[in-house]
Design a protein around this ligand. Structure first.
Ligand code: 9D3
Length: 232
């Protein structure tokens, strides 16, 4: 909340993040948030009541949120499309699980959607929640210095980025592609388009598959045809 894009958004007042501790929504001396699973088995399950009390508290303070997201390995995969939809929301509640899981009634009665950040295991929903916050903060106008770099973000275009170089011109035997030093901006633009398309074809054919050809300009369509027919 203090650093980078999110920190800047919070300081400038366009983003407000409040973190709630589930344990503060308990009544017993041990501030119990978990219990053993019904039916037996390993691990502990986060109880529903602390989540219910927390959400009621948040609603009483801030009104009804547009989205209540449960971060969980069972969720739909978070994507730039989800970021774009949620960036239109004024108030989002992110519910984070821990331990083996969360009482199913949190999912069915409190959450309006369930999101995973990908098919790998992390220890709780807190880091995934930070990922969601960062991705959405970037979309708020003025938060990222250069608006062009938000529109140009690779997944917005469904293409991987082209290679970047900066000084020095020579790192031992490792130079910089000649074209970038040529000053020929037409050639540079075409080289970057070719590199982006080539990389995407090689590394993420799934993205090229999903690509709407109409999102490519004429130059890019020609380059894609050449790459597919094996030229260069
Ligand atoms: C063997 C069952 N595990 C499910 C994959 C148990 C389990 C592991 C980790 C249950 C919960 C967790 C905690 N992870 C999250 O809450 C989580 C998560 C993740 O682990 N990966 C990707 N996205 C997310 S969003 C929340």
């Amino acid at each position: 909340m203090d650093v980078g894009v999110v920190g800047r958004a919070v300081r400038s007042g366009v983003l407000d993040i409040t973190v709630y501790d589930l344990r503060s929504f308990t009544n017993d001396v041990h501030r119990t948030v978990d219990d053993a699973p019904y039916g037996g088995g390993p691990g502990m399950v986060l109880k529903a009541e602390p989540f219910m009390k927390a959400l009621s508290h948040i609603k009483s303070e801030r009104g009804v949120p547009e989205s209540v997201v449960l971060l969980s390995p069972q969720g739909r995969q978070f994507s730039q499309a989800v970021v774009e939809r949620m960036s239109g929301f004024k108030h989002i509640v992110l519910l984070c699980g821990r331990y083996e899981g969360v009482d199913e009634r949190v999912r069915t009665n409190l959450a309006t959607e369930e999101l995973s950040i990908g098919d790998y295991v992390v220890s709780g929903g807190e880091l995934p929640a930070c990922v969601v916050v960062d991705a959405i903060a970037r979309q708020i106008p003025g938060v990222v210095g250069d608006a062009d770099s938000v529109v140009g973000d690779s997944f917005v275009r469904h293409l991987l980025d082209y290679p970047h170089y900066t000084r020095p011109e020579s790192l031992g035997v490792h130079g910089v592609p000649e074209v970038l030093l040529s000053g020929d901006h037409g050639e540079i633009r075409r080289w970057r388009k070719r590199q982006a398309l080539k990389r995407t074809l090689e590394r993420r054919p799934d993205l090229v598959e999903k690509l709407d050809v109409n999102s490519l300009d004429e130059e890019e369509k020609v380059i894609l045809k050449e790459l597919r027919s094996g030229i260069r």
